[in-house]
Design a protein around this ligand. Structure first.
Ligand SMILES: [Mg+2]
Length: 320
């Protein structure tokens, strides 16, 4: 849906800020905090946390960049919250509260913003998240929504990107590649899976895949190690195969290079009883789990492995 209208009466400018905020609160429904601690005061006030680590993440959706006219306002809103939820999942955490800031051109239609906020509210309620506040800034052209999500650790341990050692096994959830065909806004953040991983001592490190496996893997790889992957083991998505049949690139290239998979990537200790670990996952989750290889020392041969340096993930702020 195109977010803009040429009819001034149908635009957010016709509402003015105070009425717009009242509408936003109504559209969010049960997802807003109860007065006086939620939307409408100078700060949102959150209940004090237990002694667990607090988690904070922030990610936007920007028109023309993360969504376009082919995407419904509801899908854009879900993408906004879920890409932040995926970051909380990637630390093994539990999401709690969010604030949303809008960069809003006057010609955005009321219909679009209504669809966006209603869906944001539904998605927040579904995941136990309160929308506690935010801000609206008028902008000339850019339409964007910037969400900051607070969460907390699910237990004493927060899983980070650090900690992989030689011989560790590498796993991914789900299937990879081709998310541009729809998954980029229809994915399921792997929150329950992340929480379970944080409770398992054999798990060394964890992240979510946003820029493509080939690039994101570098984030988990300590100096002196290299990821040794087997091409045949990679869970290539059907969408990656569909894209490959259209553009002449291989499905493997899409699985390694495409962004916005929002799956979990993690390493477990090399001495782990893998069949028992995998059974533990499968009794809890229907999400596919695949061992894609392991960490080897640089220079150590593990037979035929993927030349990852030939594949490139999504580069932010790349030069022309
Ligand atoms: Mg992330």
């Amino acid at each position: 849906m195109n977010p803009f209208t040429t009819d001034p009466a149908q635009s957010v400018a016709a509402l003015g800020e105070r009425r717009l905020i009242a509408h936003l609160r109504a559209w969010l429904g049960k997802a807003t905090s109860p007065a006086p601690f939620g939307i409408g005061d100078d700060c949102a006030v959150l209940p004090a946390s237990r002694s667990r680590h607090l988690l904070v993440t922030t990610d936007p959706v920007i028109y023309g960049r993360h969504f376009d006219d082919a995407i419904s306002p509801a899908a854009a809103a879900e993408k906004l919250l879920k890409r932040n939820l995926s970051d909380i999942a990637a630390m093994g955490g539990v999401p709690r509260s969010a604030v949303v800031s809008l960069a809003l051109p006057r010609r955005v239609s009321i219909a679009w913003i209504r669809g966006f906020y209603r869906a944001l509210g539904r998605c927040a309620v579904r995941h136990g998240v309160t929308i506690a506040g935010g801000d609206i800034a008028e902008s000339a052209d850019m339409l964007g929504a910037f969400l900051t999500l607070l969460g907390e650790a699910s237990g004493p341990r927060v899983l980070t990107r650090q900690g992989a050692r030689a011989g560790d096994w590498l796993y991914v959830s789900g299937a990879l590649g081709g998310s541009i065909l729809g998954k980029h806004c229809r994915f399921t953040p792997r929150l329950a899976e992340g929480r379970w991983l944080a409770s398992r001592r054999e798990v060394r490190c964890l992240m979510d895949l946003s820029d493509g496996l080939a690039k994101d893997l570098l984030e988990l790889t300590p100096a002196g190690l290299r990821p040794a992957l087997t091409a045949a083991a990679l869970p290539v998505s059907r969408a990656a195969r569909t894209l490959a049949s259209r553009d002449g690139r291989t499905a493997l290239d899409h699985a390694l290079s495409d962004g916005e998979d929002f799956e979990l990537l993690f390493a477990i200790a090399g001495r782990t009883d893998r069949p028992a670990f995998e059974r533990g996952w499968r009794t809890r989750f229907s999400t596919p789990l695949t061992c894609i290889g392991r960490f080897a020392r640089t220079g150590e041969s593990l037979g035929e492995t993927l030349p990852l340096e030939r594949y490139h993930g999504y580069e932010h702020l790349a030069g022309a």
